[in-house]
Structures are given as structure tokens and as C-alpha cells.
Ligand binder design. Structure first.
Ligand code: XMP
Length: 333
């Protein structure tokens, strides 16, 4: 007879026991429900010795960084540092088209920045009542991630490397003696959501669609530039806002607008234009291992297309992706 209220109390006690009364815990947050619930539990358990880091990789959604600051910093009282690293990520991604390379570059840049932050945080904590070593790293791993990483052993079965599953590189685990703390490792997504509600996390965050760590970078088919991220981000914002206004957001498991770097010819007024193609995707799924395409009204999609073409400069055409998973994956790359 598993009760969520008991879960929070037990997990908070377990975290206190594991971490002890001096160590510091570093945690990556993204604004998604998993990392936010993980961070809220850590904050309950050890207060300011939990240090949340949000790395802005330049590929987040429109206004997302501000929203995370507001929710975690202001509402949940979590000690949050935002690392503005868009330039670093975009310069490392320049000219890279291979999806796995993009993931590796982004994953290893995240790790570089966490290492720097761990050092900075220890220094900053010296001579304060909270002085201590960063000994733990929070990861919002869920039960399905644990299962998937167990069953997806071996290179032939690796479809995509999800950099946020599978832990930290050797040099951080053994070299720096960091250990992983995974408060959500026994939970399914709907259970994480239930706990989020109990912890007072706002409904709009609790119900948010998942967003991949590499962000918009893996929703751009081809190489990533600041201009392309900006276009994809603005198109995505229009699509998602219209989905919300139509009351469809909670019926869809994940939706986004991606960008094809091939360009298409269009006509605006009496001008010929040559612009990018926006790919809209929306799916329904229980477990994200397989997914069905969401059926919109054609009139709704036509209106989304009209608005994106009118409001986002550089777009000449909008298409809707009709591929289920399998064979298509949810993300474009
Ligand atoms: P796919 O594209 O594999 O996506 O069908 C399944 C779910 O996983 C998310 N996804 C990722 N999440 N890093 C992440 O943190 C990644 O590299 C990554 N790739 C896919 C995707 O958004 C979907 O929810």
C-alpha cells in the first residue's frame, strides 16, 4: 500500500542519512518536472547545501531560462545559479550535422561546466556555516530510465545516447569522488507528477511535456546556428501557445516545432522568398517507447502554419509530421 506522502518523508530521511551533515550536493536543473521535483526534495532534505545549476546551452525554449529562475529560485526557494553558456555551446556545435556528435558535444560541455561549478561552489562555501565538499550529484533518473539503460546494453542497441541517463563520466565519479543521488529512481512519471503536486509545484510545470537535454539542437536537421535556433524557438512558441489556447496541451504527450535547414521557395505578397521549412510534431504516448501521431483538425494546423509564416521571418513553409514511433523517433534526430 504505497502512499506518495510516505514516499516524500522516507526519501527525505534517506537523503539526509546518505549525505550527512556537511557534504554539498550539486544538481542540474532544466525546468522540467523531474529535475524540479528532485531539486525540491533535496531542498527539503538539506536546505542550502543543495546547489542547483541551470546551464543555458543556447538551445532552450523561448523565455525558458527566466521561467526556471522564477519557479525554482523565487517560488521553491532553491539556491540556483544560472550559467549562461549559449556562446560556448553554439561555437562548439558550429558546422556539426551528425546527431550523435551533437549529443556528445552538448553532453561533454555540460560536464565541463558542472566541474567548474563544483570547484566554484566549494570555494564560495569556504568559511561559511555551510562549508563542505561537493560529494554528490543529483540526477532525476526515473524507473523507466533505469530499465531502459539496463536493457539497451551494447552498441547495436544504442539508438540514441541520452546524455542524462547513465550517469557521470569516470573522471567525475572516481577522479573527483562524486557519487550520484537519484531520489526518483523508483518512480514512474505519473508518480513524479503526483509528488510534484504534493510539494506545491505549479500545475503548469507538473504537466509540462518532456524536453530533451540537448534541446532545440536536436530539433534542427543540419547544423545549428543562432539564427536557426531563434527561428525554431519562435515557431515552437506559436505552436505550443496555440495548442494551449485550444485546450489540447494535456491530451498531447509531447509537441514541438523543429526546423529543416533545407530551404523551400514561397511567395509572400508579390515577393519570392526562400526560407526554412518548419516541421510540427505532436504525439501521444504512455511510455515514450512507442507513440502515435496526434490528430489535429486541419483548420487548426492551417492556422498554425499561417501564423508561423507571417510572424517568423525566414520561414517559407510549415509541414506536419505524420510518422508514428516506430519507425520515427519522437525527436527529429
Ligand atoms: P526519441 O526521440 O528517442 O525520444 O523517440 C523519446 C523521449 O526521449 C527524449 N529524448 C531525449 N532526452 N536527451 C534527453 O534528455 C536526449 O538526448 C534525448 N533524445 C530524446 C525525447 O524528448 C522523448 O521524450
Amino acid at each position: 500500500n504505497w502512499k506518495m506522502g510516505d514516499f516524500c518523508q522516507l526519501e527525505i530521511a534517506r537523503i539526509r542519512e546518505l549525505v550527512g551533515d556537511r557534504a554539498l550536493v550539486l544538481g542540474a536543473v532544466s525546468g522540467g518536472v523531474d529535475s524540479t521535483v528532485g531539486a525540491a526534495l533535496m531542498r527539503e532534505a538539506i536546505g542550502d547545501r543543495f546547489k542547483a545549476i541551470l546551464i543555458d546551452n543556447g538551445c532552450m525554449r523561448l523565455n525558458e531560462c527566466e521561467q526556471v529562475k522564477e519557479t525554482l529560485g523565487k517560488h521553491l526557494g532553491i539556491n540556483l545559479t544560472v550559467v549562461q553558456a549559449g556562446d560556448l555551446f553554439l561555437s562548439r556545435l558550429a558546422g556539426v550535422t551528425d546527431p550523435e556528435k551533437k549529443r556528445k558535444i552538448i553532453g561533454s560541455s555540460f560536464i565541463d561546466l558542472f566541474e567548474q561549478e563544483a570547484i566554484r561552489i566549494e570555494k564560495e562555501a569556504e568559511n561559511t556555516p555551510n562549508s563542505g565538499k561537493v560529494e554528490w550529484f543529483l540526477q532525476g533518473t526515473l524507473y523507466p530510465d533505469v530499465i531502459e539503460s539496463l536493457s539497451f546494453r551494447g552498441p547495436s542497441a544504442t539508438i540514441k545516447t541520452h546524455h542524462n541517463v547513465g550517469g557521470l563520466p569516470e573522471r567525475m565519479m572516481n577522479g573527483q569522488g562524486l557519487r550520484l543521488i537519484e531520489p526518483l529512481r523508483l518512480l514512474f512519471k505519473d508518480e513524479v507528477r503526483a509528488i510534484g503536486r504534493q510539494l506545491g509545484i505549479h500545475e503548469s510545470l507538473v504537466n509540462r511535456h518532456p524536453f530533451p537535454g540537448p534541446g532545440i539542437a536536436i530539433r534542427i536537421l543540419g547544423d545549428v546556428t543562432r539564427e536557426r535556433v531563434e527561428i525554431a524557438r519562435r515557431a515552437d512558441n506559436i505552436f505550443i501557445s496555440m495548442i494551449k489556447e485550444a485546450g489540447l496541451y494535456d491530451q498531447i504527450s509531447q509537441a514541438f516545432a523543429g526546423l529543416d535547414t533545407n530551404r523551400s521557395v514561397g511567395v509572400f505578397g508579390d515577393q519570392r522568398v526562400w526560407g526554412y521549412i518548419i516541421i510540427l510534431r505532436a504525439v501521444q504516448t504512455k511510455d515514450f517507447m512507442s507513440a502515435e501521431v496526434f490528430n489535429f483538425d486541419n483548420a487548426f494546423l492551417a492556422e498554425v502554419s499561417r501564423r508561423i509564416c507571417n510572424e517568423v521571418e525566414g520561414v517559407a513553409r510549415v509541414v506536419y509530421d505524420l510518422t508514428s514511433k516506430p519507425p520515427g523517433t519522437i525527436e527529429l534526430e
